[in-house]
Write a protein that binds this ligand. Structure first.
Ligand code: AMP
Ligand code: MG
Length: 333
């Protein structure tokens, strides 16, 4: 079985090439939260950039499912844990979004995700019986946080990986803004946060990867917002029979999503919301995702499904197709 992982890294460098009038040095690239992150913060002091990098490691130390001493790993090991304010915020938001998306986003899916080998690297296709047994212990509505204290019912486990990077980007953006930084671009492995605009006042240009290959499907002009993409092409493995299995799961089946969706990008002022929704809309599939977007006009989105691009009409004038796609359908709201 083969793993395809560094699409996010490729995406950043492709993205970089699109940033015209690229900013001088001040880039910091490091690996955290199981992905490659790059902070490009012109005019920032070394110590501010160090602070940002350290803040990412500190959040990772709280949320990681693979570090035995993280708050989430301790919960998963059966301990009752008094949660830090960050973990409490993130977990409460995850549960709210699970209700809001009718369970498309479910952070209790971890036992299923792990059984397929994601996070451990030991990829395999579980049997239907094994999945049925694991699904018995899935269900966001069985989790409660009271007075900051959480404990999981037996055999349940959490993974906040579907929202952790978006949350982290919001924390970094707040840190930078309060330090007086008015221009930056951060790529936390597919969670992109834009602060201000380019030095000449024009908009940033963010490439949306083509899920079918190395190039872009579209380019978005934007400023002062988060742009978060989810897609199974970012992380997948190929089984011995040639079937490709992606890392985003349908909580109702315990299997990787197979609904025609290949990429979802969500744009809003809140990285956390974008991260939650990019994953959830992917799980919903085209029809439900469009219905959700019609009812929630606080976010914009670009969906790629069955080789077609759909985008909310608020992006008119800001979204441009590359040669790889010829048809764009607007989602009118
Ligand atoms: P993202 O890259 O933000 O779309 O998050 C995907 C990650 O979240 C996966 O690698 C899994 O660890 C986890 N995940 C997969 N499917 C779901 C789901 N339906 N709800 C919550 N987390 C999920
Ligand atoms: Mg997400």
């Amino acid at each position: 079985m083969k793993r395809r992982f560094f699409a996010c890294l490729t995406a950043f460098f492709l993205l970089s090439s699109l940033l015209s009038s690229a900013m001088a040095a001040d880039d910091r690239t490091f690996i955290a939260m199981d992905t490659v992150m790059t902070l490009r913060i012109p005019n920032a002091s070394e110590s501010l950039i160090d602070d940002c990098e350290q803040a990412v490691y500190a959040l990772e130390a709280l949320f990681s499912v693979t570090r035995p001493d993280s708050e989430i790993a301790r919960l998963n090991a059966g301990e009752a844990v008094t949660l830090s304010p960050d973990t409490q915020t993130l977990l409460s938001f995850a549960l709210d979004m699970a209700r809001e998306t009718e369970g498309a986003l479910d952070v209790t899916l971890y036992p299923v995700v792990r059984a397929w080998g994601f996070t451990t690297g030991d990829y395999r296709v579980p049997t239907d019986e094994e999945l049925a047994a694991l699904l018995e212990n899935i269900g966001y509505n069985r989790i409660a946080v009271k007075d900051g204290l959480a404990a999981l019912p037996e055999s349940m486990m959490l993974d906040l990986g579907c929202i952790a990077k978006g949350y982290t980007s919001d924390i970094l953006a707040e840190k930078l803004r309060s330090a007086g930084i008015d221009r930056a671009i951060m790529d936390l492995g597919g969670s992109i946060c834009l602060i201000g605009s380019k030095s000449d006042g024009s908009l940033w240009r963010v490439g949306i990867a083509d899920p079918r290959g190395e190039n872009y499907a579209a380019v978005l002009s934007a400023a002062d917002c988060s742009v978060v993409t989810s897609g199974c092409y970012e992380r997948s493995f190929t089984a011995d029979d040639g079937t490709v299995y992606g890392h985003i799961f349908d909580p109702s089946t315990g299997k990787p999503v197979d609904n025609g969706m290949t990429s979802v990008t969500v744009i809003s002022s809140c990285g956390l919301l974008c991260d939650a929704l990019s994953t959830a809309l992917y799980v919903m599939g085209l029809d439900k995702a469009c219905a959700y977007l019609k009812a929630h006009t606080d976010v914009e989105a670009v969906l790629i499904s069955d080789d077609m691009i759909y985008a909310t009409d608020g992006l008119k004038g800001a979204l441009f197709l590359t040669g790889n796609y010829s048809f764009l359908q607007w989602i009118d709201r």
